[in-house]
Design a protein around this ligand. Structure first.
Ligand code: ATP
Ligand code: FE2
Length: 340
């Protein structure tokens, strides 16, 4: 392949997925390679995830390079996810990236993973200034750009939406990731069983919903008056209605004319339908990130790295510390209008 544009190599390493994306400075994805840790049972054990990423990181980098038909020497910029995520996992991405940057003598950019989910959506959907519903295993955030930052208008007070669905799936013996399996189950039901709907101001709470759904499975009425599909459907309907309510209020408050659905849970067709509906009601354009880029991927890290690099240049090595708990509204966005 003849590539004239400059190239960034983005490394995603916040949790289960080690992903490498090669993207040019105009936003064309050249290649994308992933390796995902899937727990045999239980949640993500950082020691096991770390072990898998340490075993596979170079193989995934090589796969992305060979898919792009280039050598590592053709890369002009390294970007990696520095926040938020699991500390031991973030460290692998940071260390590999620092090494590559210094070895190849090319700039390095440290990227916030949540902002990357928004930026890949803006790029892929050609959307300028959306209200964003970012829903994944580790995050549930309603956000929009204002005063130089991605401000947070609503978020979960306890567990994230993807975690709620994955935990429920685990309880019914379905392996990680549970989202697609619960979605399939829910499709077989049109019955709604009452579950706790908890919206506090602009924030959401899913833990009571999780406990109540579990109780439905333990009840004497289970498999008599209702079945597993009915519980899955009720869980989805309640959680997604909560997300939709807060997104709609944020849309009315911010007056944004575009809505973007992003993050791993954005793959869910029922959630897409609900968010599209309220977007239409408010005369806002609705977009969802293409499936390939809705979950964790290196292309989104590479692209956000390019945006920051073009605006303010690379980071010095001492500014590439990981930050497992960093919130996206703490970060200035110099590549957008009004950003400092
Ligand atoms: P983050 O670090 O951004 O929180 P993550 O580590 O959870 O991300 P993602 O790939 O962004 O990773 O999201 C994975 C989540 O998406 C999992 O909880 C998974 O169950 C959920 N998911 C995937 N497909 C669907 C679906 N069709 N319906 C509902 N949830 C889904
Ligand atoms: Fe993610």
């Amino acid at each position: 392949m003849s590539i004239k544009n400059k190239l960034a190599l983005g490394i995603e390493s916040t949790a289960h997925t080690w992903s490498v994306g090669i993207i040019d400075f105009s936003g064309n994805v050249i290649s994308l390679a992933n390796d995902m840790f899937i727990p045999k049972k239980g949640g993500l054990h950082p020691v096991l995830v770390r072990e898998q990423h340490l075993n596979n990181f170079m193989g995934v980098i090589n796969k992305a390079l060979s898919e792009a038909s280039i050598s590592i020497r053709d890369i002009d910029l390294i970007a990696f996810s520095k926040s938020p995520g699991l500390g031991p996992i973030l460290k692998i991405g940071a260390q590999v990236s620092r090494l590559l940057s210094q070895l190849l003598k090319i700039p390095i950019v440290a990227v916030n993973h949540c902002i990357a989910h928004i930026e890949i959506g803006r790029l892929m959907c050609e959307i300028e200034d959306p209200l964003t519903l970012y829903v994944s295993g580790g995050n549930t955030i309603i956000s929009a750009y204002e005063s130089g930052r991605y401000q947070i208008f609503g978020e979960t007070l306890d567990i994230p939406i993807g975690n709620l669905i994955d935990s429920f799936a685990r309880d019914i013996g379905m392996p990680h990731p549970g989202g697609p399996k619960v979605e399939k189950l829910a499709k077989d039901s049109s019955k709604y069983l009452s579950l706790p709907y908890v919206v506090k101001g602009m924030d959401l709470s899913f833990s009571g919903l999780y406990t109540a759904a579990k109780r439905l499975l333990e009840s004497k009425d289970y498999n008599k008056k209702y079945d597993l599909s009915d519980v899955a459907n009720s869980l989805q309907e309640t959680a997604f209605a909560m997300l939709t309510e807060v997104t709609e209020r944020a849309l009315a408050h911010t007056g944004k004319k575009e809505v973007l659905l992003t993050g791993g849970v954005a793959a869910n067709k029922r959630l897409q339908e609900m968010i599209k509906y309220i977007s239409n009601e408010h005369g806002a354009r609705y977009e969802v990130v293409p499936l390939k880029y809705s979950g964790d991927n290196g292309a989104m890290i590479g692209w956000t790295g390019v945006l920051r690099y073009k605006a303010t240049g690379g980071n010095i090595i001492s500014d590439t510390q990981i930050n497992p708990k960093e919130r996206m509204d703490q970060i200035s966005i110099p590549w957008r209008k009004g950003g400092a």
